[in-house]
Design a protein around this ligand. Structure first.
Ligand SMILES: CCCCCCCCCCCCCCCCCCCCCC(=O)SCCNC(=O)CCNC(=O)[C@H](O)C(C)(C)COP(=O)(O)OP(=O)(O)OC[C@H]1O[C@@H](n2cnc3c(N)ncnc32)[C@H](O)[C@@H]1OP(=O)(O)O
Ligand SMILES: Cc1cc2nc3c(=O)[nH]c(=O)nc-3n(C[C@H](O)[C@H](O)[C@H](O)COP(=O)(O)OP(=O)(O)OC[C@H]3O[C@@H](n4cnc5c(N)ncnc54)[C@H](O)[C@@H]3O)c2cc1C
Length: 652
């Protein structure tokens, strides 16, 4: 396959940033109208092996079409984003894409961690798909604690090679997407040893399979890890090394180097090796918004079609959308879609600005970027997973059908809470930075996401029914929680605990403080975006956006009433005002609910749901989907004669 990519010789080019510039309206039809990209049989009726084979067939066609568009000059990297993300990507490959990691982590790591020469060597090949790669970091024994990885890369100056080895079973790589049978190369993260000393984890490019036959190379033990809750076509794999040799220049050496004689040259920051993880955490916030939008469309449209029970005995069964409890399940999730979308856009811009600085050697803003990416990834994916499950429940029994596409959407979104950093662990990373800033308050003034900490604790926040008040109250609560956690940490240390034990013993409070900090950022970004839009949109649209903003804010406030009572001046009677405000907003949003989810602009083929179609023909679609069950192909199944009949006829 041929595609052109120009590797710039300029060092300060943010190569990951160029991925997501949208210059071209994405031609969904080019993909969705291709009969070869449609499934002939619903995936759930295929075996595990057939699912994988079908996914590889489609993934190859999908990327061939993206490259065709690119060669015709139609769009650029944004096309990749569309086909990899939760919108078009998950419609065509509902149980995951077996080559995603090639684009989302392998190529970005070559770009972010390789020298100019290494990029020139590898990127064109990867871009042309002459090689297919993955990102092999996690091991059977360690996913979170990457400093504890056991795979070893030992430098041999005699041959100028690294020797990769898995000394134990727990050192086996475990989880990388596409590793099982799709990829023939990987970026492998391993402990670097040179001149008898361990220098910590570093990234290496390793060939795993023959480029022609795809047979595993000598010393490479490789396979797929088996069935999972979801994402069963992503071909997550395992990988062990038995003294596999690779050339010296296969270590990605943009940040630290091993010279031919084995001398180690240190990186300006050991955390630059973690750069690809920051990149993926940033793009996941957008993906969380996309999955939540999908589920919100399905559940809201279904709620407008479904009639059940009676509100008043003498009246017809209402649309279930008219039940206030139903509105409470749906509308805060619709508001969250907007909130996460705006937070994702803001985080993406922040990421671009800070990575530009990193390219020029300025590392000052890296810790804040890391802390912010961690908390926004954690809060958005946790809320999206919880939201998708709530929206599934909001569809009653039909939401449990795979034909609703809600179970599979949940399978995709809940995985996000674990991969690319387990959410609790990420919140603790943010808490670590918050506490550090809290202890040295002068630093706080400089940080856009944290400067509120300098004044929030002592600011009066008398209750008023406004978003501005919610933001101030969240800020005061976050500051109060950080302050309290920090005090408890110090008290434990003063009583003789080590700092690490005290940290662990305070970690419930620390996680909670980080979470409120994350929600503060999200509400603030939502607020700033709506203020920016107000002068540019119609009065009516401005009103609806304002209602969504208020709903997101008041719901965020009601989720932490206990904390508000502890850390702000709010009183019990004010909570009643908040509750009434929420109820008013639900009824204001009700007439626009279907219009709002329609505005997410997802076609029926993308929703892939019998419940969520635009025309509302829910029951016909459910019935038609049932006809696809292989059990309905014959009126009597052979198990009747084999087992049931003898069982029924037998004298028990
Ligand atoms: C070509 C076109 C392409 C177009 C592309 C278009 C893309 C668009 C596509 C859109 C669709 C998307 C689809 C997605 C599908 C995804 C598929 C699934 C992917 C799933 C992949 C994975 O799942 S892949 C594995 C991820 N696996 C983790 O995620 C491990 C977590 N575990 C850690 O990440 C570390 O283990 C952990 C905890 C930090 C501790 O690390 P540690 O022990 O070394 O560090 P310590 O805690 O001791 O901290 C020491 C100091 O380091 C500081 N620090 C720590 N991290 C830092 C950092 N990153 N940057 C800066 N600073 C950092 C910290 O703040 C401290 O700073 P200080 O000392 O000053 O306080
Ligand atoms: C679908 C999927 C795809 C994946 N794809 C890839 C891939 O392509 N490449 C790759 O390298 N990896 C991949 N992974 C692995 C993923 O990155 C790890 O699973 C993730 O980082 C979590 O690590 P873990 O599994 O070791 O969980 P653990 O760390 O074992 O977590 C278990 C529990 O321990 C807790 N815990 C752990 N450490 C701490 C701590 N310090 N403080 C408090 N609590 C703690 C966690 O909060 C959690 O509750 C994938 C995983 C999944 C599920």
């Amino acid at each position: 396959m041929s595609a052109k990519v120009v590797v710039s010789k300029r060092r300060n080019v943010n190569r990951q940033a160029i991925f997501l510039i949208t210059l071209w309206p994405f031609p969904e039809d080019f993909f969705l109208s291709d009969p070869e990209l449609k499934s002939k049989v619903p995936l759930e009726y295929l075996s595990h092996k057939e699912k994988y084979e079908e996914a590889v067939r489609k993934a190859c066609l999908l990327f061939r079409k993206v490259i065709q568009l690119q060669n015709e000059g139609k769009g650029g990297m944004d096309n990749f984003r569309e086909v990899l993300g939760g919108q078009l990507g998950s419609a065509i490959l509902p149980d995951g894409n077996p080559i995603t990691l090639h684009y989302v982590m392998f190529i970005p790591t070559l770009m972010g961690q390789g020298t100019i020469e290494q990029q020139a060597e590898w990127i064109q090949k990867a871009w042309n798909c002459d090689i297919i790669g993955t990102y092999a970091q996690t091991e059977l024994g360690h996913g979170t604690f990457i400093r504890g990885l056991e795979t070893v890369a030992k430098y041999d100056p005699k041959t100028e090679e690294f020797v990769l080895h898995s000394p134990t079973l727990t050192a086996y790589k475990w989880w990388p997407g596409g590793l099982g049978h799709s990829a023939n190369y990987a970026v492998v993260v391993a402990q670097l040893y040179t001149q008898g000393k361990c220098h910590g984890i570093h990234p290496f490019v390793v060939q795993l399979r023959d480029e022609e036959t795809h047979e595993p190379l000598p010393g490479i033990k490789i396979g797929e890890i088996g069935c999972k809750l979801g994402m069963n076509s992503t071909n997550n794999g395992y990988l062990g090394f038995d003294n596999v040799r690779i050339p010296r220049n296969y270590m990605l050496m943009k940040n630290s180097q091993v010279l031919p004689d084995g001398t180690y040259v240190k990186s300006p920051s050991s955390k630059l090796t973690y750069g690809t993880m920051i990149f993926v955490r940033v793009v996941l916030v957008q993906d969380a918004a996309t999955y939540l939008k999908k589920a919100s469309i399905i559940a809201t449209r279904y709620s407008a079609i479904r009639h059940q029970s009676q509100i008043k005995p003498d009246q017809p069964e209402p649309q279930i959308l008219d039940y206030v409890t139903q509105q409470y399940k749906l509308f805060p999730n619709i508001a969250s879609c907007f909130a996460f979308q705006y937070a994702a856009t803001w985080l993406w811009d922040t990421y671009n600005n800070i990575t530009e600085e990193l390219e020029t050697g300025q590392l000052d803003n890296l810790p804040e970027l890391h802390a912010t990416a961690c908390v926004l990834k954690a809060v958005s994916t946790a809320d999206a997973a919880q939201g998708v499950e709530m929206l599934r429940l909001a569809c009653g029994g039909h939401g449990y059908m795979t034909a609703s596409n809600l179970p599979s959407t949940y399978g995709l979104v809940t995985a996000m809470c674990t991969y690319e950093g387990e959410n609790t662990v990420l919140l603790l990373q943010t808490a670590r930075f918050l506490v550090k800033m809290w202890q040295n308050k002068t630093n706080v003034y400089k940080l856009p996401t944290m400067k509120y900490l300098a004044t929030a604790l002592n600011r009066a926040t008398p209750f008023e029914k406004s978003v501005e008040w919610v933001i101030a109250a969240l800020q005061k609560t976050a500051a109060g929680k950080i302050d309290l956690a920090n005090r408890h940490l110090n008290e434990r240390v003063a009583k003789g605990q080590s700092y690490e034990d005290a940290w662990n013993n305070t970690s419930i409070e620390l996680v909670s403080a980080a979470e409120v900090h994350g929600r503060t950022i999200i509400v603030e970004q939502f607020y700033n975006t709506v203020q920016g839009y107000k002068s540019r949109v119609s009065k009516e649209l401005g009103t609806v956006l304002e209602q969504l903003l208020q709903l997101y804010a008041v719901n965020a406030a009601l989720r932490c009433t206990g904390d508000f009572l502890r850390f702000t001046e709010v009183l019990g009677k004010d909570i009643t005002v908040l509750q009434t405000w929420l109820e008013e907003l639900l009824s204001q949003i009700r007439p626009n609910a279907v219009g709002l989810v329609d505005s997410f602009d997802m076609r029926d083929e993308i929703l892939s749901s019998a419940l969520g179609c635009y025309d509302g023909n829910v029951y016909e679609r459910l019935f038609n989907e049932a006809q696809k069950s292989p059990l309905n192909a014959e009126p009597v199944n052979k198990s009747y004669n084999l087992y049931l009949k003898p069982f029924i006829k037998a004298q028990l």
